[in-house]
Design a protein around this ligand. Structure first.
Ligand code: ATP
Length: 269
């Protein structure tokens, strides 16, 4: 039933520009997401993955059609309403550079103007701890943080208002393999502990296979195919072949071979 969907998109058209300059990005696109899913959106460059996240956050209005989040049109959530329903981790973290770590996390809580300062402070500290950072980091400035820490602080801020829906734009981009594995592990445990529904855009197949319960492929201005990562990877389409069966795809799908190099193939003399 539509009422149970965390996200429901029906008949979505996204277009930019007007007249002969107009470019249509999505055409009659439908999709829905159920509670607890971790859905990865994949698609070629310019297929409108990030725009779709921004529409779920209410930052972009559909040209035509409906984007509904937890039963309400996303475009009508308003900034404060949105923060308690949807948290978003932007690609570069997007921390306020003039604010300390704690003030960045506290920002959505302060915007409410309802909570006493002491409660805002305590809540922000709890969120900091939730993403694996101790209180010694609270007064640091964003410029003092590593890339992995910026992502963690941005995640804590996205979760400040306990939203049931978390949107992630390239969550592991820019992290080294170790940092990426750690961040995936953090996302996995937060998803489990908080019962989140997660929608992410990722080009990283390790992240996709590690986290996704379902993958949606955007192509031809709509959802071309969706299913488990394994089902989608087997779908016969040029983009899907290139994405999953190119060099990156083979690496992500055969982790055991990567870790244990085959000695037999190296000793042929
Ligand atoms: N506000 C805007 N005004 C005009 N065009 C826009 C706007 N936002 C996005 N676009 C265009 O819409 C298209 C889809 O953008 P989007 O960033 O969602 O792509 P994407 O699928 O996330 O691509 P990538 O994988 O390269 O990041 C692009 O061609 C982009 O230039």
């Amino acid at each position: 039933m539509a009422g149970e969907d965390v996200v429901s998109i029906q008949g979505l058209w996204t277009a930019f520009g007007t007249g002969r300059e107009q470019v249509v990005i999505h055409k009659d696109l439908d999709l829905s997401m159920q509670p607890g899913e971790v859905v990865s959106l994949v698609g070629g460059s310019g297929t409108g993955k990030t725009v779709l996240l921004r529409q779920m956050l209410g930052l972009e209005k559909p040209y035509r059609g409906e984007v509904t989040v937890l039963g309400e049109p996303a475009a009508q959530l308003g900034r404060r309403g949105a923060a308690s329903r949807v948290g978003m981790l932007f690609q570069q973290g997007a921390l306020f550079s003039a604010f300390s770590v704690l003030d960045n996390i506290a920002f959505p809580l302060r915007e409410l103007r309802k909570l006493p300062d002491a409660l805002v402070y305590d809540t922000a500290l709890v969120k900091l701890q939730m993403v694996g950072l101790g209180p010694q980091h609270a007064s640091k400035m964003p410029s003092d943080l590593s890339g992995g820490m910026v992502k963690r602080v941005a995640l804590a801020r996205a979760l400040a208002m306990d939203p049931p829906l978390l949107l992630l734009d390239e969550p592991t981009a820019g992290l080294d393999p170790h940092g990426s594995d750690e961040f995936v592990e953090l996302l996995r445990s937060l998803h489990r502990e908080l019962g989140l529904t997660v929608v992410m855009v990722t080009h990283d197949l390790d992240t996709l296979f590690a986290l996704s319960s379902r993958v949606l492929v955007l192509a031809e201005k709509r959802v071309l195919v969706h299913g488990t990562p394994q089902e989608v990877a087997a779908y016969d389409h040029p983009f899907v072949r290139e994405f999953f069966q190119g060099e990156r795809g083979r690496r992500a799908m055969t982790p055991i071979e990567r870790i244990v190099p085959a000695p037999a193939s190296r000793t042929e003399d």
